[in-house]
Design a protein around this ligand. Sequence first.
Ligand SMILES: Cc1cc2nc3c(=O)[nH]c(=O)nc-3n(C[C@H](O)[C@H](O)[C@H](O)COP(=O)(O)OP(=O)(O)OC[C@H]3O[C@@H](n4cnc5c(N)ncnc54)[C@H](O)[C@@H]3O)c2cc1C
Ligand code: FES
Length: 292
Amino acid sequence: MVPERHKIRSTRVRVLFNRPLPGDQYLLRLHAPSLYPLMQPGHFVHLESHASLTLPRPFSVLGVDQEEGAIDLLYKVVGQGTRLMAEWRKGDVVRLLGPVGNPFAVNDPPGRAVLVAGGIGLAPLDFLARHLATINVPTVLMVGSEGGLPFPVATSRLSWPGEVSPGMALSHLESLGIPSRLASLSEQPGVYRGFVTELLADYLRTLDPGHLSGVTLYVCGPTPMMAAVAHVAREFGVDGQASLEEHMACGFGGCAGCVAPIRIKPGDWGYRRVCVDGPVFPLLNVAWEQLS
Ligand SMILES: Cc1cc2nc3c(=O)[nH]c(=O)nc-3n(C[C@H](O)[C@H](O)[C@H](O)COP(=O)(O)OP(=O)(O)OC[C@H]3O[C@@H](n4cnc5c(N)ncnc54)[C@H](O)[C@@H]3O)c2cc1C
Ligand code: FES
C-alpha cells in the first residue's frame, strides 16, 4: 500500500509538556489539533528550536494523542538546538513544519513486521509498532541502546523464539501484546549482550522458510547500524524499509541539502532528497556503501 502524501504545513503549536527522561532524552507533547490527524509512522516535523538559530531541526513523530489533539516527539540532547529545546516549558509557543516525508508503508498482505531500532531511532518505530498492533499485523521490536532507554522496561511475559529465560521488554509495548527485546554491549540482566543486528540475526535464524518469506524489516538508527541490518537482510533473503537521517536545511525539498544515494536499478544509483523523497526508503535500495 502506498501512503498518501500530505501537504506540508507551517504552523505555531503550544508546548503541553517537555518531560526529561533517562539518557538526556525528552518527551515533548505539542498541541497541534490541525496536524495530529495527518501524522503517520515515519513522518517527521521540522521544529524551529530558537529564533537565534537559522535552521529548524527535524524530529520523527513518536505518536499522537487524540484526546489532547497533540503530537509527541522523543528527542535526545546532542547540540545547541536540542539544548535550547530542553528549556521549553508548558505554554511556550513554537513553530513547526509538518508532516514532512513519506511514512512507512505496510505491505499487502502485511506478513510479519520486524522492527529494529538503534538509540533514538526508537521514536518512529515505537509509533509504527503501536500502529501495526491496531491493524493486527504480527510485530516484534528490538532496540539496541547504550545510552539509557527512555521508557520503563520489565521482564517479558511474551514469548520470544529461542529464549531460555524471559528477557527484558518495553513495558508499554508489552501491555499492547507487542513482544520487544533489548540489546546492549554491556552486561545487563535480561538484555541481549551484543549488537542489535546480532539479536536480529539470531531471531531470523529461528524462523522457518515460510515465516521468513513473510518478514518485512523496518529500521531506524545510526547509519552504520542500518547498513549492518541491510547486510543481515541480504544474508536471510528478506527486505524492508529504512528511515534515513541526513542533515537538512529547508526541510521541504527546495535545497537538495539532504540527499542520499539510492539505487535506481541494479548497479546504478542516484541522489534522492531525504526530506521529501524519504526519509523512508526500501532498505536494499539504499547504496549503504556510499554512505559509510
Ligand atoms: C528525518 C529525521 C528524523 C529525526 N528524528 C529524530 C528524533 O526523533 N529524535 C532525535 O533526538 N533526533 C532525531 N533526528 C536527529 C535530530 O534532527 C538532530 O539530533 C538534531 O537536529 C540536532 O540538533 P542540535 O542543534 O541539537 O545539534 P547540532 O549538532 O548543534 O546541530 C547542528 C546542525 O546539524 C543538524 N544535525 C545534527 N545532527 C543531526 C542528525 N543526526 N540528523 C540530521 N541533522 C542533524 C542540525 O539539525 C543542525 O542543523 C532526526 C533527524 C532526521 C533527519
Ligand atoms: S532539506 Fe532542503 S531539499 Fe531536503
